[in-house]
Design a protein around this ligand. Structure first.
Ligand SMILES: *Cc1c(COP(=O)(O)O)cnc(C)c1O
Length: 374
């Protein structure tokens, strides 16, 4: 993907904010528990390598990714910490993980026997580190029954020349909710599963950001810390009290590339969906839906010189138009996320407009947008 390094539009990533978020979390994590920072999806759109560097400085002990490829990118950048792939990896790629010391998530006994056979063909001193996932109610991946888990553990033991049983984990689906009922149900299932585990592996982990902030879970010694690394609340607007302040790490700014006065009655954009009610000042911003600024942003207001300015007309692929309160010169800063004067726009404001969650907004900004690190 070609990056728009020369145009007047950028995501500005505040590295100090990331450092402080991770540092605060590390300080609140109980002794003996390791904080792994989740940098999947290019560090939730912030740049996985840059985020990992800050997280490492702030005391993170390892990293979680969704894809093996994302783990390899960290290894290639020189990170030596433990890395766990949270998704399911193709058996054919298992040897790559082993050779790069990347731990894999496993959810079926068949996967283990298949991979044991493959790895036997490519002998190595190194073992492939395995985390067994337990589906206690998320309904995504993982062993559902204690007996299945027990079987997988015995397979790991049988093939202990090729595998290292490194971790056991589960994932809560409602940890960001005020209602604890389903969380408690999952927690009970977790305890039933753990009852068949005779010897605990190195890591037992259950906590994403929300669980780490709002729940006490016994017996775990690792946290998969994601969204709050980036300064965002996992609960959106539902639970607003966090155990420590969060510093949003992403700003989104562009410069006006064209400013003009249009006469009353003239239209703006594809489909001529907006008509000027008066003579109006209109600014054009060099960002569009190909950058992850969706057409649904029509009607949202961005900030210019501290004033909210509505997005008028349809958002185009590479540009959108806004109504200005007066004439502003070309290159005047348009704030899409961040503070301008005494007003601000948060990622959650954009999530509300798009009827989604802050996670999807930050992951949705395309590679074409320049990331600038400050
Ligand atoms: C993405 C993910 C996380 C991180 O979740 P946050 O809500 O961002 O903290 C943790 N665990 C698993 C299994 C995940 O897929």
């Amino acid at each position: 993907m070609t990056v728009g390094n020369l145009r007047n539009a950028r995501l500005i990533i505040n590295q100090e904010a990331i450092f402080n978020n991770v540092r605060n979390a590390v300080e609140k994590t109980q002794a003996g528990t390791d904080l792994f920072v989740v940098v999947k999806a290019d560090g939730y759109g912030h740049g996985a390598i840059q985020v990992a560097r800050m997280a490492e400085k702030a005391g993170a002990k390892g990293f979680c990714v969704a894809l093996l490829e994302e783990g390899l990118a960290l290894r290639h950048a020189g990170f030596t910490e433990p890395i766990l792939v949270l998704g399911i990896t193709e058996p054919a790629a298992a040897a790559i993980a082993r050779d790069q010391r990347i731990s894999l998530t496993v959810t079926s006994d068949e996967w283990l026997t298949t991979v044991a056979a493959i790895l036997a063909q490519q002998p190595s001193q190194a073992k492939l580190a395995i985390h067994l996932a337990m589906d206690t109610g998320m309904g995504r991946i993982g062993f559902q029954k204690p007996a299945e888990l027990k079987q997988a553990i015995s397979t790991l033991t049988r093939f202990d020349k090729v595998f290292e049983f490194e971790g056991l984990f589960t994932h809560f689906s409602t940890a960001d909710s005020k209602d604890d009922t389903y969380f408690n149900y999952q927690y009970e299932n977790f305890q039933k599963m753990m009852a068949v585990v005779k010897q605990r592996p190195k890591y037992v982990h259950v906590a994403n950001t929300a669980t780490s902030m709002w729940h006490q879970v016994c017996g775990a010694n690792m946290v998969r810390y994601g969204i709050a690394t980036y300064g965002l609340n996992p609960s959106g607007r539902e639970i607003t009290e966090t155990p420590y302040p969060l510093f949003p790490a992403m700003r989104f700014e562009a410069g006006l590339i064209h400013v003009k006065k249009i006469q009353k009655g003239r239209s703006i954009g594809y489909g001529a969906t907006y008509q000027a009610k008066d003579d109006e000042w209109i600014g054009t911003v060099p960002v569009g839906y190909a950058d992850g600024f969706p057409r649904k942003m029509q009607g949202f207001s961005v900030l210019v010189d501290g004033h909210f300015c509505p997005v008028v007309g349809r958002v185009c692929m590479d540009q959108f138009m806004i109504r200005l309160p007066k004439r502003y010169p070309v290159d005047t800063i348009v704030t899409i996320i961040g503070q301008s004067g005494s007003n601000q726009i948060t990622v959650d404001d954009i999530a509300d407009q798009l009827e989604t969650i802050n996670y999807e907004v930050i992951c949705g900004f395309s590679e074409r947008l320049q990331r600038k690190y400050v």
